[in-house]
Design a protein around this ligand. Structure first.
Ligand SMILES: [Zn+2]
Ligand SMILES: [Zn+2]
Length: 92
């Protein structure tokens, strides 16, 4: 497993570097995973598209992958690495 697969953002089709923070939306039935950049535009698309898929009756799990340099051991929103520090993340 030396070759890492290329991840592309489902919102902007840009490449996502695995060591950078990103979001994965996994279809729990098929194991297929959609990836999105952590930046606000792509996060917004992610939220909209996930909502549409959920409405279609599919079951998804959302994963937040933090930056490889994130200092928190079990990071969440508002981590010290600032991976997902966006207006979306600070809204109640
Ligand atoms: Zn993107
Ligand atoms: Zn982080």
């Amino acid at each position: 497993m030396s070759r890492s697969r290329i991840i592309r953002c489902a919102a902007c089709a840009g490449r996502i570097r695995p060591q950078h923070p990103h979001i994965g939306v996994e279809n729990l039935e098929t194991g297929e995973e959609f990836s999105y950049h952590a930046r606000p535009d792509c996060q917004k698309r992610c939220a909209e598209e996930t909502f549409t898929r959920l409405e279609a009756g599919k079951v998804y799990a959302m994963h937040h992958y933090h930056s490889s340099t994130c200092p928190d051991e079990s990071p969440g929103f508002g981590c010290r690495g600032g991976c997902f520090d966006t207006p979306m993340a600070v809204a109640n």
